[in-house]
Design a protein around this ligand. Structure first.
Ligand code: ADP
Ligand code: MG
Length: 607
C-alpha cells in the first residue's frame, strides 16, 4: 500500500495558519501596525477602504528592510525578532512567530515597498496567494509600506463571512486604538474611504488618551502609579462618576501590549466598590511593566490573554494603587449615589431581603361560583383568546363580570402584610406588591403578574405592529437632549439612521455628541436616557444581525416605557386586560416569565 501522508504545499499550510492569525480586516491592521511599531517607527499611517475589505495600507518610517529580507519576510516562521527559544523569555517585541506576513500574503494581494535608511533604492514586491508576482527596485522614503488588497480574494467563503462595513470598521477602530494607546510616543493617523478618522500626534499618555476619547476625558482621569520589584503600574482610571453601563473604556497593557484579564479586572472593580452603582463598569487605562521572563509568552496568536507568574501579588498591588489614587483625588469613598430606576429590580426590592407575602384565604372561597344571570350573554367576547385561555370571561364578560370575577368575599381575610397593599378598598381586585407584582385571584388560585415584564410585552407588541405598518409617531422635544457617546455607540446612530427615524427618533450627530430632537411618542421625557442607554447597550456592543436591529430597538423602547410605567401605577386591571390581548402573554420579549399561578392547594400548603 502506498504511503498516504503528504506534506502540505506551503501556500495551503499558510492559508491554514492564516485562519488563526487573520480572521478579519482588523487582524491585518493589528499585525501590520505592530510590525511597524517593532520596526521602531515614530509615524504610522493607516489607510483603508471599505472597512479594510478592499484595501488596508500601513505606512511607517521604521527601519525598513533590505531587498533580501523583503522576500524572506513572507515565508512562514520568518522572523528577525527571535533566534532561539531562550529569546522567548526576554521578548520586547509585539511579534515573534513570523507567521503574520506569510498568512496575509496567502489570502490577499499584497504590495510591499520598503527601504532602509542607508540604502539608495528601495524594493517593491507584488505577491498574491503566496506567489511573488514581481520584484523591482523603486523610489520610496525610508521605512515600509504594506498594501493589502482584496482580503480573502481566493477564499470566498471567508469573505462572505465578514460582517457589515460598519461592524468591521468598529473592530478596526478597536484594534487601532489599542495600539495607539500603548504607544503615545508614536504618531498615528487613520483614513477610511478618504476621510480622516484619527490624527494622533506624538504625545504623552494622558494627551493620547484625550486624543482618542475626546477633550472631555481630561477632567475624568485619575492617575495611578506604583513601583515594586515585581511590577510597575502606571496609567489612569476614570473617576467613578464616569463609570458606564457598558464595558467601553477598559484597557490593560503589559509591556505595552493590550490584554484582557478577568482577575485583574476584578481588582479594579473591587477598588471601585461602593463608589459606582451596581452594573456599572469603571473605565481604566492601566499599564503594567513586568520582566518578560515572568510572563507566559506562548499565547495564542490572536488571543489577548496573558499569564502572569506573580498574578496574586500584582492583583493586590493593583487594588491598593487604585484605592490610593481614588482617595488622593478625593473621589472616594462613601459617595452616596442617587439610585435610579434603571434596574431590572426596583431599588426598594433589592435592599430588602425578599419576604414571602403571607396570604390567608378562605379555602371554601371559589371565585368562579356561578355568575349572576345578567352577566352571561352568549356571543363573541371581544377579549382575545388568550384571556379566555386563562379562564377569564369564558363568554362575553361585561364590566360587571370583571367585578364579580375579582370580587373577594367579604369574609375573606387578607393579611395586611407590609408588602401587600390593596389597590382599592371597596372592591379588592388586585394587589400590588411593592409596585412590581400584581396579585390577582384566578380560576385555580392566584395569579402573579410581573408588571414590568407585562408592560414590556404590551409595548413591544404594540410598537412592532405599528412599526410594520407605518412610521412611529415622533414627539418633538422642547429642549434637545444631548449626550456624549463612544465610538461604538456613534456607529449605532450613524448606520441605523433610517430605521431609528422610523421609530420616531430625530437627531443630529456632532463629533462625539448625539443631539436628540425627537423621540418615539410613547417614551416619556424623563426616560429618554434609559431608552438610549438600552439601544446603545444592545446594539452597540454586540454583534447584532441586521434583521435583529428592529427587535432590539423596540425592546429598548419597551424597556424604558415599562420602567416609566412602574412609577405611573397604571391600573392593574387595565394592564391585565391589555396583556392578555398579546399573543404571547406568558413571556416578556426577552424570554422572562410574566405570570404564574399559585393554586389554592399550594397556598393552603403554606399554612
Ligand atoms: P513577526 O512580526 O512575528 O516577526 P511577521 O510575519 O509579522 O512576523 O514579520 C516577519 C518579519 O518581517 C519581521 O520579523 C520583520 O523582520 C519584518 N517586517 C515586517 N514588517 C516590517 C516593517 N514594517 N518594517 C520592517 N520590518 C518588517
Ligand atoms: Mg509581526
Amino acid at each position: 500500500m502506498s504511503n498516504r501522508i503528504k506534506i502540505l504545499p506551503d501556500h495551503i499550510a499558510n492559508q491554514i495558519a492564516a485562519g488563526e492569525v487573520i480572521q478579519r480586516p482588523c487582524s491585518v491592521i493589528k499585525e501590520l501596525v505592530e510590525n511597524a511599531v517593532d520596526a521602531g517607527a515614530t509615524k504610522i499611517q493607516v489607510i483603508i477602504k471599505d472597512a479594510g475589505k478592499t484595501l488596508i495600507q500601513v505606512i511607517d518610517n521604521g527601519e525598513g528592510m533590505t531587498s533580501g529580507d523583503a522576500i524572506t519576510c513572507f515565508e512562514r516562521h520568518a522572523t528577525s525578532k527571535i533566534e532561539s527559544a531562550n529569546d522567548l523569555f526576554s521578548l520586547t517585541t509585539k511579534g515573534f512567530r513570523g507567521e503574520a506576513l506569510a498568512s496575509i500574503a496567502s489570502i490577499a494581494q499584497v504590495v510591499l515597498k520598503t527601504k532602509r535608511v542607508d540604502q539608495e533604492t528601495g524594493t517593491e514586491i507584488h505577491i498574491e496567494g503566496s506567489k511573488i508576482v514581481t520584484q523591482t527596485d523603486c523610489v520610496v522614503a525610508a521605512g515600509t509600506s504594506f498594501e493589502v488588497k482584496n482580503l480573502f480574494f481566493n477564499i470566498p467563503a471567508r469573505r462572505n463571512f465578514l460582517k457589515s462595513d460598519a461592524m468591521e470598521f468598529r473592530h478596526i477602530e478597536e484594534e487601532f486604538e489599542r495600539v495607539a494607546l500603548a504607544h503615545p510616543s508614536c504618531s498615528f493617523t487613520l483614513h477610511h474611504n478618504n476621510q480622516e478618522v484619527y490624527n494622533l500626534p506624538m504625545a504623552n499618555l494622558r494627551k493620547r488618551i484625550v486624543d482618542v476619547l475626546g477633550k472631555t476625558a481630561n477632567d475624568r482621569l485619575v492617575p495611578i502609579e506604583e513601583k515594586t520589584d515585581i511590577v510597575s503600574i502606571h496609567g489612569y482610571v476614570l473617576k467613578p462618576e464616569f463609570a458606564r453601563k457598558t464595558r467601553g473604556e477598559q484597557y490593560f497593557f503589559v509591556n505595552n501590549r493590550f490584554f484582557k484579564d478577568h482577575y485583574f479586572n476584578h481588582a479594579v472593580n473591587k477598588a471601585f466598590d461602593g463608589l459606582i452603582q451596581p452594573k456599572f463598569f469603571p473605565g481604566y487605562f492601566i499599564f503594567f511593566d513586568v520582566n518578560p521572563a515572568k510572563l507566559d509568552v506562548n499565547i495564542h496568536p490572536t488571543k489577548t490573554e496573558i499569564k502572569f507568574e506573580e498574578d496574586k501579588f500584582i492583583y493586590s498591588i493593583l487594588l491598593s494603587s487604585i484605592r490610593q489614587a481614588l482617595g488622593k483625588y478625593n473621589v472616594s469613598p462613601t459617595l452616596d449615589f442617587e439610585q435610579e430606576t434603571a434596574f431590572d429590580v426596583p431599588m426598594s426590592f433589592r435592599n430588602q431581603p425578599a419576604i414571602e407575602p403571607v396570604i390567608r384565604v378562605n379555602p371554601d372561597f371559589n371565585p368562579f361560583q356561578p355568575p349572576t344571570s345578567s352577566s352571561h350573554k352568549s356571543g363573541s367576547s371581544g377579549l382575545s383568546p388568550a384571556i379566555r385561555a386563562q379562564g377569564f370571561g369564558q363568554t362575553n364578560p361585561s364590566a360587571e363580570d370583571w367585578q364579580n370575577f375579582y370580587k373577594i368575599e367579604e369574609d375573606q381575610e387578607i393579611n395586611q402584610n407590609h408588602l401587600i397593599e390593596p389597590t382599592s378598598v371597596e372592591t379588592v381586585k388586585e394587589f400590588l406588591v411593592k409596585d412590581r407584582l400584581v396579585l390577582t385571584p384566578s380560576k385555580s388560585g392566584f395569579m402573579l403578574i410581573d408588571r414590568k415584564r407585562a408592560q414590556e410585552r404590551i409595548t413591544y407588541d404594540e410598537l412592532m405592529e405599528q412599526f410594520v405598518n407605518s412610521p412611529i409617531h415622533s414627539q418633538q422635544l422642547l429642549f434637545p437632549y444631548d449626550l456624549e457617546f463612544s465610538k461604538n455607540e456613534k456607529i449605532v446612530w450613524e448606520s441605523n439612521r433610517s430605521l431609528l427615524e422610523r421609530f420616531g427618533f430625530q437627531y443630529e450627530i456632532h463629533s462625539n455628541q448625539l443631539i436628540i430632537n425627537g423621540i418615539p411618542s410613547c417614551v416619556q421625557d424623563d426616560s429618554i436616557h434609559l431608552c438610549i442607554d438600552f439601544i446603545n447597550e444592545t446594539i452597540g456592543y454586540k454583534e447584532v444581525d441586521k434583521g435583529e436591529i428592529a427587535h432590539f430597538v423596540v425592546l429598548s423602547i419597551a424597556k424604558s416605557v415599562s420602567l416609566a410605567a412602574l412609577k405611573n401605577k397604571i391600573e392593574p386591571s387595565l394592564l391585565i386586560e391589555r396583556l392578555f390581548q398579546c399573543q404571547d402573554h406568558q413571556y416578556s420579549p426577552t424570554g422572562k416569565r410574566i405570570l404564574n399561578t399559585l393554586t389554592l392547594e399550594e397556598l393552603k400548603s403554606k399554612l
